[in-house]
Design a protein around this ligand. Structure first.
Ligand SMILES: *Cc1c(COP(=O)(O)O)cnc(C)c1O
Length: 387
């Protein structure tokens, strides 16, 4: 376990380690292949699918930030989850949340239909449902907290304890908070996965992922599979992601400060119906979030009062919140889950998952928060004037 704080690890990984020219920032290694020093001696790096110095630096930083034994950086978040699935066989059961990320749901469901493993989706905040699923002795319990888009929170330590009691591994998708605000391995999980596309890179210009393992034997197994199935990330994206990672702590602080300002504004706005944010005392996951998170992050969802015409006018009037999918970048975004990220779900399935027709999800960026609040205010006023 590192004795350094997150900000220091992220900033310092690889700095002044260049032995050739004493470069302060580590250079990028684009080479596909590496020379063998002599017949019969295999070098540390031989072929870039299996190992690359630039990717390796990012893996070192992310493993240290999550307090894991090792990490594999992959070419996207989905391939990180897919890589972890390589550890399972046809008789193994996965217990996953019923409201997990849409891509994760599709991957689990489609691979299970092909016989790769068995899957059961449950509402993990329902104790009886979770315990009934655990009684079937799963191999992996998948957790996503806070969830997308309603920011539901589940107790990582409690679920990990129960899962370990039946011999299951616990994997946590930590994309929404980053290791700066939540460290699942310290709470008992065995694996952490990130879409580094989001907060870790933080600049909406690379797609990437990572799996971090708590035990070194499992980290080695994942490394072997990463090379075997070709899931590993490339040098250029790794370089970009490490560059983004260096400012993660500072960015998360500002995401939080800006989110708190936007939340305070939304709380007094009469056109806002329900707000979903774990910092609110009436949020069902408030106490768990306070216990296991070091902060509330940069995501927030709310329902707009009215119907489709209000929604259209509001979204069309925003100037600083871009109508786009994804999250965690420096720029503020607004997403309408019903017609965007969750459009593959039927209206009934959306209703069952609690996704209302006027639900909006904000990824609050790093613009000045007075400008963000002013932008929201003028858009709400446009809706008010039309009524
Ligand atoms: C985006 C996302 C993923 C998938 O990551 P990609 O980099 O898009 O493949 C997985 N989980 C969560 C929570 C995400 O937000």
């Amino acid at each position: 376990m590192s004795d350094k704080k997150s900000a220091t690890i992220a900033v310092r990984t690889g700095i002044t380690t260049d032995s050739q020219h004493n470069a302060v920032v580590p250079p990028i290694y684009l080479s596909t292949n590496y020379e063998f020093p002599e017949f019969g001696t295999v070098p540390t790096y031989d072929y870039a699918r299996g190992g690359n110095p630039t990717r390796n630096l990012l893996e070192t930083a992310l493993a240290e930030l999550e307090n894991g034994a090792g990490a594999v950086v992959t070419n996207c978040g989905m391939s990180a989850i897919n890589l972890l699935l390589s550890l399972l066989g046809p008789d193994d059961l996965i217990v996953a949340p019923h409201d997990c990320y849409g891509g994760t749901y599709r991957l689990f469901d489609s691979r299970a239909k092909k016989g790769a493993f068995k899957i059961e989706f449950v509402d993990q905040s329902n104790v009886e449902a979770l315990e009934a699923a655990l009684a079937k002795q799963p191999k992996l319990v998948w957790i996503e907290t806070p969830s997308n888009p309603l920011l539901r929170v589940v107790d990582i330590a409690d679920i990990s304890q129960k899962a370990h009691a039946v011999g299951a591994w616990v994997g946590v998708d930590n994309t929404f908070l980053s290791p700066v605000l939540q460290q699942p391995l310290n709470l008992g999980a065995d694996f952490v996965v990130h879409s580094t596309t989001k907060f870790i890179n933080g600049h909406s210009d690379t797609v990437g992922g990572v799996v971090v393992a708590k035990e070194s034997a499992l980290a080695d197994e994942l490394k072997w599979w990463g090379n075997c199935i070709g899931a590993t990330g490339n040098a250029f994206d790794s370089y970009m992601t490490l560059r983004g990672l260096r400012t993660l702590s500072a960015r998360m602080r500002q995401h939080e400060e800006n989110s708190a300002a936007v939340l305070a504004f939304l709380l007094q706005e009469s056109l806002v119906d329900v707000i979903y944010h774990p910092s609110l005392p009436d949020h069902p996951g408030h106490e768990i979030a306070k216990k296991q998170q070091k902060g509330f992050g940069g995501m927030l969802s709310f329902e707009l009062k009215g119907g489709e015409s209000e929604l259209k006018l509001f979204l069309g009037s925003l100037k600083l919140f871009s109508l786009a999918e994804s999250l965690g970048g420096v720029e503020s975004l607004v997403t309408h889950p019903g017609s965007m990220t969750h459009r593959a779900m039927s209206d009934e399935a959306q209703a069952e998952a609690g996704i209302a027709a006027t639900l909006l999800r904000l990824s609050i960026g790093l613009e000045d928060h007075t400008d963000l609040v002013a932008d929201l205010k003028q858009a709400f006023n446009k809706v008010r004037e039309s009524q």
